[in-house]
Design a binder for this molecule. Sequence first.
Ligand SMILES: Cc1cc2nc3c(=O)[nH]c(=O)nc-3n(C[C@H](O)[C@H](O)[C@H](O)COP(=O)(O)OP(=O)(O)OC[C@H]3O[C@@H](n4cnc5c(N)ncnc54)[C@H](O)[C@@H]3O)c2cc1C
Length: 378
Amino acid sequence: MDFELPSEVQSLVKIAREFREERLAPLEEEFLREGNVEWALRPKLQEEARERGLWAIEVPAEHGGMGLGQLAVCAVHEELNRHPMMFEVGGSPEPVLYNASPEQWDPYVRAVIDGERRSAYAFTEPGTGSDLGAVETTAVRDGDDYVINGRKMFIGLAERVEFLILFASTDPSKGSRGVTAFLIESGTPGYNIARLLPTMGDAWVPTELEFDNCRVPATQRLGEEGKAFSLADEQLVHGRLKIASYQLGIAQRCLDDAVAWAKERTTWGEPIGSRQGLSFPLADCAVELDVARLLVYKTAWRADRGEDIRTDAFKSKLYATEMAQRVTDRCLQVFGGRGYLKENAVQSYFRQVRLWRIGHGTAEIHRWMIARDLLGIS
Ligand SMILES: Cc1cc2nc3c(=O)[nH]c(=O)nc-3n(C[C@H](O)[C@H](O)[C@H](O)COP(=O)(O)OP(=O)(O)OC[C@H]3O[C@@H](n4cnc5c(N)ncnc54)[C@H](O)[C@@H]3O)c2cc1C
């Protein structure tokens, strides 16, 4: 029997494909020329996708979502990433938010699911990245409040969202076991966006944030004191798998474009695709993409069965992101000079995929975690 996605996932992928072809494809020229589309358009597009049934796909049904799980999330994101603007389905709270108290539920979880509010995720700091347990931002209890001081770096979308999920140390002597999560409303006094950080990825402009005696009520703490690290870790597992699924769509799109060009362009009277110098790298792309897809889908399927996918999520993101780097590079080469033009989607992907070997945990840290599991090192 052939490997097949469940029918409800296939239906969703079909909706995603139609949405991409009808609504995203016409924006591609502008996206490639300008490096982005107008920001206000993104929430509008998410609403349009919602009308077609693409909304809150990974949110459990009891919270009003589609509850379709990781396989659906991966398949839909693979499909959407065949467009270079990296469109995200709306209405899915960061999983860490499911630890909200009953009082926090409506303003922070329900509001995200309903599409009324959005969050940014603030863990990394100028001096703390791979070593997340070394968070230097502090949150000191003062009566009914916490007072927050420190800096965060590389925080995506902070200037565009309604609240921040902030990780700060409530007990520096305990390292990662002293890290606590907080919900910080944008505009809270003492919380400022210090600067924007333009990147080689065009659309991504993360921010550096500063907290200067920022006072928040203790009711804004998310979960228990010192427990944030384990909550965040769980979140990062599913985030890694989703990022791995982006690479499938990216690589498929680049390969499709490169194959079409290899058939069209002729030199010395023959299509360039007839030369093994070009066709063999394309064959390698096809093989590596298939391998990545099987790994990502198998891991997603296991996640939906409630199995522990921690190590397989590391493997999926590591392999898929490095695969996408190789595929975008080889495909760009197939286009010759045309591959270097802004109007070519492959160059945009080539630059964008570089992030994914760094963000959400670097390739080196992924290898370290996989090796630890392999060798039984705790
Ligand atoms: C565009 C963009 C958006 C981002 N968005 C967010 C966001 O929204 N929220 C957020 O919290 N963070 C975000 N990040 C931060 C991102 O997660 C970090 O950059 C990443 O985790 C790496 O941390 P670092 O930059 O401090 O690198 P470092 O930890 O300084 O690592 C530098 C290099 O050293 C290597 N290295 C470090 N330690 C070891 C070791 N023990 N063994 C082997 N190699 C090692 C790393 O692999 C890397 O190659 C974003 C980053 C970017 C670029």
